[in-house]
Design a binder for this molecule. Sequence first.
Ligand code: HEC
Length: 185
Amino acid sequence: MDSFEFNKVAMAFLGAVFAIFSLSLLSDSIFHSDVPEQAGYEIAAAEGSTGGDTSAPAGPAYEPIEALLASADLAAGETVFKKCASCHTWEKGGANKVGPNLWDVVGGVIGSHHPEFKYSAAIKAYGESGKSWTYEELNGFFFKPKDHIKGTAMGFAGLKKTEDRVNLIGWLRTHSDTPVPMPGS
Ligand code: HEC
């Protein structure tokens, strides 16, 4: 190899190194993105298995509340409602916020109770057959909204304590001109 040949080979080699180096710089700047550790908003994800689990008990995971409603602590229910107040008002004629106003909701038709509110397709489909907000429906929904009505827009994890649901639903019931009768009465 004479020196001229050698120079050519060396130049080719340097050229290749340069090309690779600049390519990697470039692709770094194109493909590198700062992925935030947390998404901008939280999506309440269902934990646990996603179907296919045949060993799960058939009944609902939450305790029925009908028998307990008579002993609901209304003041405690009002306190529980603080968790809901960022999205809901309860007063008669109250505004819709992220969620619909909840005046007279107990006994109302699911997914169309509040005429001016834009409900999700999921909750509308759920209530299409004329289902109403019975104590049992509210109990299941408040226990874990996204499990009870898959695809609901209500971004709330749920009230796991039976006591909280009893007190809250007992309190919610009173916000109506004609409260739905207590179970068994
Ligand atoms: C982050 C906002 C948010 C929070 C917190 C929240 N909700 Fe909701 N809620 C919604 C939205 C949005 C809807 C409408 C759901 C849909 O369209 O799928 C809704 C729907 C409802 C409904 C059905 C109303 C109707 O007109 O049919 C009830 C009842 C309800 N929420 C009660 C509660 C209670 C009680 C709490 C607290 C334990 C609560 N929500 C917490 C946003 C929220």
